[in-house]
Design a protein around this ligand. Structure first.
Ligand code: DAH
Length: 352
């Protein structure tokens, strides 16, 4: 092998290798290329090994060319590796980039809780009869929850409301605090703040220290109602509540009024609707009575009016307090009131 031959051969090899390097496009191909030219049995390595057998005069030039070729190939490999890495990174970013032409993810729409729906339905039905909607505190003074409602301390009527007391009293120490057992305290709060005529409904949460069953919860909503003016009678009460029942349940539903006792009304009544499940025959939902009681009502007691500074000789009024979850039981055919606050989405989604 002549000097010129070996040197030419090395140069040819170098340009062939660099040409092939240009088309290697991933790490695997780069590695194959490295093995083919620079590996232990690679073409250039063979040439370098063969240098020893060349005559001394040829060896120099051929050796220099071969070393230069090795440096060029190693440098070429490094550069190509770098290029491929950058291209991969750019492609990766392109993969993550947002394609604005794709359809978006559907945004799941929430729904209103069945209690919220029924409370709104109830309030709307009264609003259209001229009542305004107000709200009040869930943590209440004994004074408003009981005393101003004609339920003095120590009176047995207090047993009607199993009360959750709050460990707090006012400065005098004789007005305990509690979780309101009903929305009726708002009757006094509203009348203290305004002169008659009054026409309000008060939706809100109430709390009782009570065992639960299909129609009782320890925490529930009420919608209180109050109408006070000159000349209001029990006929107004019945007319208003019949109209409410017609709007919420439809005209076919049976409504029953019975005498009942509540310390803050005289006379007092309760209103029931025929059971949706057994059509009045008696079942576990209606406790075998055929009826489901949805509210207490009555003519505001003169003592309550006096207590807030209204003259009972001039003004009369009616009040009512209903359980919206019970209204929902009847309206939607739900068999257990405890489902409302068990947070089972399979139940709640049916109302969304
Ligand atoms: N507050 C009563 C309760 O929780 C319900 C009630 C009865 C409210 C008669 C009234 C009413 O306004 O007149 O049991």
């Amino acid at each position: 092998m002549s000097e010129a031959n070996t040197t030419d051969q090395v140069e040819d090899l170098q340009s062939k290798a660099l040409r092939e390097l240009k088309v290697a496009s991933d790490t695997e191909q780069l590695e194959a290329w490295r093995v083919a030219f620079l590996g232990r049995r690679g073409e250039l390595t063979q040439v370098l090994r063969g240098l020893g057998s060349l005559p001394a005069e040829e060896r120099r030039a051929a050796g220099a060319a071969a070393n230069a070729a090795r440096v060029a190939l190693e440098q070429g490999l490094e550069d190509r590796e770098q290029q491929i890495k950058q291209a991969d990174a750019a492609a990766g970013m392109a993969g993550e980039a947002i394609d604005v032409t794709l359809p978006g993810w559907p945004v799941p729409r929430g729904g209103l809780h069945p209690t919220t729906r029924i409370v709104r339905d109830i309030c709307n039905s009264f609003a259209s009869m001229g009542f305004s909607v107000v709200e009040g505190p869930e943590v209440e003074w004994d004074t408003y929850n009981f005393e101003k409602l004609n339920i003095p301390k120590g009176h047995p009527a207090r047993d009607m409301w199993a009360t959750l007391w709050v460990d707090h009293t006012d400065e005098d120490g004789d007005h305990p605090m509690l979780m309101r057992t009903h929305t009726s305290p708002m009757q006094a709060r509203v009348m203290e703040k305004s002169d008659p005529p009054v026409r309000v409904v008060v939706p809100g949460r109430c709390y009782r220290y009570e065992a639960t069953d299909p129609t009782h919860e320890w925490h529930f909503y009420q919608v209180e109602g109050l109408a006070v003016d000159r000349g209001i009678t029990l006929a107004d009460l019945k007319g208003t509540l019949y109209e409410f029942a017609r709007r919420i349940f439809g005209a076919e539903r049976k409504v029953r009024f019975r005498c009942d006792y509540f310390p803050f009304v005289e006379p007092g009544v309760d209103m029931s609707i025929d059971c949706f499940l057994c059509d009045g025959k008696g079942c576990r939902v209606c406790a075998d009575t055929g009826w489901i009681e949805i509210m207490g009502a009555g003519m505001v007691h003169p003592k309550v009016l006096e207590g807030v500074g209204y003259d009972p000789n001039i003004y009369t009024g009616f009040a009512f307090g209903m359980g919206p979850e019970r209204v929902a039981l009847l309206k939607y055919g739900i068999e257990d009131i405890r489902l409302f606050y068990a947070n089972d989405l399979r139940f709640l989604r049916q109302f969304a």
